[in-house]
Design a protein around this ligand. Structure first.
Ligand code: ZN
Length: 310
């Protein structure tokens, strides 16, 4: 499918400087906050178990489609393929992680996608989707088959060559403020760097506690015209640790109509879109993140709005 592709360089401060700024931000919202620059551990190992080893080598972000393709009314022609996205962002053999909507033509219904793919010659697909169970009372998580690298409507992805290299090692425990883990990091960067956009992607473990997450049901049969209507349509679940999240965030939108943060995660039998932890007195996060050199904007909606971006 031919779709418009724009790209823009991101501000790339030294990792040590970013570590200090994020640590200061987290310390205002968590009792324990520590950010160090280290060699990325092998992310294929427990507790992460991702398909790529590291977050290094031409790191970049891709913002694909957007909420206007879901809201107010679904545009079912908006289907994408992560393998094609890899080519679109000039990184054919990529390790791609992130959050988006699952491939409804394959899944048979709307779903949350936890992207975790090696594209190209070493194709390996650890992507999971989360959808409502047949009785609609709960939800189920499934891993997609290797060849199914599709997604739909919207996706926020971090891509690299999956190489080792230095990353931010972020630890935050015992929440004392009311910000979620990701917003806290993003807003610390926004407050420091202002209109210079800093883009970040990677993975984090919620090792203790639980999180409020949503799972999208099948497409709404009536238009969703406000955040309240979207919230009434979504299904919310309190999901227990341990959960592995795949995450992207950008400190400032340089005029590309971005979703500035998006994180999806999964546990042994649950998964969905991260809102915040519900257990300030016990929550523990540990994450590995890298800075992106570029943001690619793929198939940006012509008409846009701000509904459904929480
Ligand atoms: Zn989401």
């Amino acid at each position: 499918m031919a779709s418009a592709i724009e790209n823009s360089p991101l501000h790339l401060p030294p990792l040590e400087e970013v570590a200090r700024i994020i640590e200061e931000g987290l310390a205002k919202n968590f009792k324990v906050a520590k950010v160090e620059v280290i060699e990325c551990p092998d992310l294929t190992q427990a507790p992460f178990g991702l398909v790529g080893r590291g977050l290094g080598g031409s790191p970049r972000l891709a913002d694909v489609g957007g909420p206007p393709y879901l809201i107010p009314v679904v545009k079912k022609e908006k289907v994408y393929d992560i393998a094609t996205v890899a080519k679109n962002i000039d990184l054919q053999d990529a390790f791609i992680v992130g959050a988006g909507a699952g491939p409804f033509p394959y899944v048979g219904t709307n779903s949350e996608m936890m992207a975790n793919v090696l594209t190209g010659e070493k194709l390996c697909n650890g992507t999971r989707i989360s959808k409502l169970s047949d009785c609609q009372a709960g939800h189920v998580v499934e891993q997609l088959p290797t060849a199914e690298t599709g997604c739909a409507l919207l996706a926020n992805l971090f891509a690299s060559k999956g190489e080792p290299g230095t990353v931010l090692h972020v630890k935050a425990q015992l929440r004392t403020g009311d910000q979620n883990f990701v917003s806290c990091m993003r807003e610390a960067l926004r407050d420091h760097y202002g209109k210079k956009p800093v883009g970040v992607g990677g993975t984090f473990l919620m090792a203790k506690g639980s999180a409020k997450c949503h799972v999208m049901p099948d497409f709404s049969t009536t238009p969703l015209n406000s955040d309240d209507e979207v919230a009434n349509w979504l299904r919310f679940f309190e999901m227990p640790a341990p959960m592995v999240f795949l995450s992207t965030f950008v400190s400032h939108d340089p005029g590309l109509d971005l979703r500035v943060e998006h994180s999806h995660g999964f546990g042994s039998a649950h998964g969905g879109h991260y809102h915040y932890d519900t257990t300030p007195n016990s929550v523990e996060y540990e994450g590995y993140f890298n800075l992106a050199e570029y943001i690619y904007r793929i198939d940006r909606p012509q008409t846009t709005h701000n509904i459904g971006r929480d």
